[in-house]
Design a protein around this ligand. Structure first.
Ligand code: SAM
Length: 317
């Protein structure tokens, strides 16, 4: 694990020297110094892009372990940053495609990709690059890459849109998603109906994946240090989903309507959502048909109930 912290082409002795100064041992935790890496390439962290770099190599390795990355995997990393996790991913995965929005990080990332055949760095916004095309191309070139895993220490400013984009647009292409996110977001992702943290994204995560929080990560493991602690969530994508509504779009229309007014009763939120053909009477009948309380709120309903309600409410008459 040296490439991320030493410019390409440096001699071994210089490299070893840099390793010695940049890696400090704190008990059992091995550290890198993102500030030293940034200084050696003349780059600085951008708050606007959520650049809180991991400085704890033990944590980085734990994330890669939690993701279960192996030689048959194509890994998509969102936001490689200075490349510390990228390097470990590219050592363990068959191939790693790392998508980074910030071209100013190119000196660090390009020298890393020169040293690792199994690494391709793509500069672009993860919300705009065509991930389907990247997967198609790399799997065509490398048919042995049977699984696709997404791994990231996500930028906090855009966590939810990135997770929803992967679930909604690419779930069928993916095997797992392993994300480091803010601790509160992690709880939201895995929370069950009825808990204060349960929201529309919890329903989406439960529909597409079997999710769990793997471990928590204190803010002291990042540079610059963020104001919040983090947690790593592993989402294993269902090949056969336990719950399948007749129309996924319709089910999520209900979910959206229910959570747009989360303190209101499901009956009123959905009736007020102006969904063509969905009257208050129909919602009331559907709740009765499923034996659900007329006063139930959307935050008490699980993905199974949403699917059943959607099948009844959108059934062609
Ligand atoms: N993976 C590195 C680490 O763990 O140290 C960096 C993680 S940092 C929290 C988030 C990274 O995502 C930054 O490198 C940032 O530039 C990048 N990023 C932010 N927005 C992005 C976007 N829309 N598309 C791709 N990368 C993005």
């Amino acid at each position: 694990m040296t490439g991320a912290i030493s410019p390409a082409g440096t001699g071994m002795s210089k490299q070893a020297e840099r390793e010695k100064t940049e890696r400090l041992e704190y008990g059992s935790h091995e550290r890198v110094s993102p500030y030293a890496i940034m200084a050696s390439y003349g780059i600085s962290a951008k708050k606007s892009l959520g650049q809180n770099f991991l400085s704890d190599l033990t944590v980085v390795k734990k994330i890669v372990d939690a993701a279960g990355v192996g030689p048959e995997d194509l890994v998509i990393e969102v936001g490689p940053g200075l490349g510390v996790m990228t390097e470990i991913l590219s050592e363990r995965a068959g191939l790693t495609a790392a998508v980074e929005i910030d071209r100013d990080l190119a000196p660090a990332l390009d020298s890393l990709s020169l040293m690792h055949d199994g690494l391709e760095v793509i500069y672009g916004d993860i919300m705009r690059v065509n991930i389907g095309e990247i997967i198609d191309r790399l799997q065509a070139e490398h048919p042995e890459l049977r699984r696709v895993r997404v791994v990231a220490n996500l930028p906090y400013y855009i966590t939810t849109p990135i997770i929803m984009m992967f679930l909604e647009q690419y779930a069928s292409r993916l095997d797992s998603l392993t994300f480091m996110v803010q601790k509160e977001v992690a709880r939201r992702l895995v929370s069950p109906p009825g808990s204060g943290e349960y929201g529309a994204i919890s329903v989406a995560v439960a529909y597409y994946t079997d999710a769990r929080i793997c471990f928590e990560v204190p803010s002291s493991c990042f540079v610059p240090r963020p104001g919040v602690d983090s947690a790593v969530v592993n989402m294993s994508v269902y090949k056969e989903r336990p719950v399948e509504p007749e129309s996924r779009d319709n089910m999520f229309r209900l979910v959206k309507a229910a959570f747009s007014q989360r303190r209101k009763m499901f009956l009123n939120s959905v009736a007020n959502a102006s969904i063509p053909g969905i009257t208050k009477e129909r919602v009331s009948e559907a709740l009765d048909e499923l034996g659900l309380d007329q006063k139930i709120r959307g935050e008490m309903l699980g993905v199974k109930e949403y699917a059943a309600l959607s099948d009844i409410l959108f059934k062609k008459q």
